[in-house]
Design a binder for this molecule. Structure first.
Ligand SMILES: Nc1ncnc2c1ncn2[C@@H]1O[C@H](COP(=O)(O)OP(=O)(O)OP(=O)(O)O)[C@@H](O)[C@H]1O
Ligand SMILES: C[C@@](O)(CCOP(=O)(O)OP(=O)(O)O)CC(=O)O
Length: 348
């Protein structure tokens, strides 16, 4: 390692988009390892839009690991951050930056501390999967910094330890999180089903109904569901396995009618499972329900689905339009049904 007195800093910046599940992950069979009760499938958003940007740096001058989220220091002492840091550190290899004259050996990484600065360009903890983009970006950036030569699927298994849905953000396009069988979780990882070019006429519109932090976090919510909902057991064993196969087929064939039907039904079942939880969890609100009605009526009148909807652990609608023309019509309809206040800035 370069002399301790040399106060060098080595830095890596990464950007990772968030992902939205079209077949939902809800429920863990192992809380610590974050192992799910069913497979899930998601679509990764365009990194230009909803994304996390994380800069990780290392220097002998840093006396402890520290992290800032959206400009505010947060604690790294939680088990999830610690698991990700530990797993990546254990895979660190030698780094040699010739330009800066920095040499770090595998052994050095055990003693060196990192500083992490991360920004989400969208509301944090509001049901828009900030933890997914956040942990995927953190793991990816650390892996680059520490020269951990793992492939994306192996990195996805580490990101999973930060937040389950994060494992799906390591890839673009359509991604499947395979629940795996191993009790240690070695086979619970993400694989890409199709890349971002495969079905690029789809347009995703996110209707932010509320950017408030939700009352029940996904982690707490799904814990309560696992403990109390019989419907979840039926969903995980009987419904999702068949639905996953159908969804994979719909994606492969770019079959929008099947895709939309499966995505909407799965979102509705996820929220039904939340209602079946004791005490019940209400993530959607009246506005969410009005958006569902609007889409359902439109799809019915058109004779074939034009738009799919899906809602995560919050009231915000993720609307997937079959093409750009449909997306333009969708925005028109949304503005008509939910007119903005007269002083709203529509250019933002
Ligand atoms: N950029 C980031 N880097 C690292 N961790 C992050 C980042 N953004 C969010 N997180 C972590 O994720 C937590 C929020 O996750 P939570 O599951 O509550 O909300 P969400 O991911 O926005 O919503 P959901 O997963 O239900 O769609 C934050 O408290 C923080 O610990
Ligand atoms: C509704 C969901 O968005 C739930 C996401 O849950 P998280 O991945 O945030 O939960 P933890 O693993 O406890 O961190 C559905 C999904 O993304 O599949």
């Amino acid at each position: 390692m370069a002399e301790e007195s040399q106060k060098w800093v080595l830095m890596v910046t990464a950007q990772t988009p968030t992902n939205i599940a079209v077949i939902k992950y809800w429920g863990k069979r192992d809380e610590t390892l974050i192992l799910p009760v069913n497979d899930s499938i998601s679509v990764t958003l365009d990194p230009e839009h909803l994304c996390t940007t994380t800069t990780v740096s290392v220097s002998p001058a840093f006396d402890q690991d520290r992290m800032w989220l959206n400009g505010k220091e947060i604690s790294l002492s939680g088990g999830r951050f610690q698991s990700c840091l530990r797993e990546i550190r254990s895979r660190a290899t030698d780094v040699h930056d010739k330009e800066k004259g920095i040499k770090i050996t595998k052994k050095d990484w055990e003693k060196l501390n990192v500083h992490i600065a991360s920004y989400n360009n969208f509301p944090t903890a509001a049901g828009l999967a900030s933890s997914a983009a956040g942990f995927a970006c953190l793991v990816f950036a650390l892996a680059k910094l520490m020269n951990a030569n793992e492939d994306h699927s192996q990195l996805s298994a580490i990101a999973r330890r930060g937040s389950g849905s994060a494992c799906r953000s390591l890839y673009g396009g359509f991604v499947k999180w395979i629940m795996g069988k191993d009790e240690k979780g070695t086979d619970s990882l993400a694989v890409q089903l199709a890349d971002e070019k495969h079905w690029d006429e789809l347009v995703i519109v996110i209707a932010v109904v509320s950017s408030q932090q939700k009352e029940t976090s996904s982690t707490t919510g799904m814990r309560d569901t696992v403990e109390t909902s019989l419907l979840l057991q039926h969903r995980a064993k009987e419904v999702v396995p068949k639905r996953i196969l159908k969804m994979e087929e719909a994606i492969k064939n770019r079959d929008f009618a099947s895709f939309a039907q499966l995505a909407c039904t799965d979102s509705n079942q996820f929220h039904a499972v939340c209602l079946d939880t004791c005490p019940p969890i209400f993530y959607m609100n009246d506005t969410s329900h009005r958006i569902i009605s609007l889409v359902e009526k439109w799809n019915c009148a058109a004779g074939t689905p034009q738009v799919a909807y899906t809602f995560d652990a919050g009231p915000n609608a993720v609307l997937i339009a079959r093409n750009r023309e449909t997306a333009a019509l969708l925005v028109q309809k949304l503005l008509f049904c939910f007119p903005p206040k007269s002083d709203a800035d529509l250019n933002r």
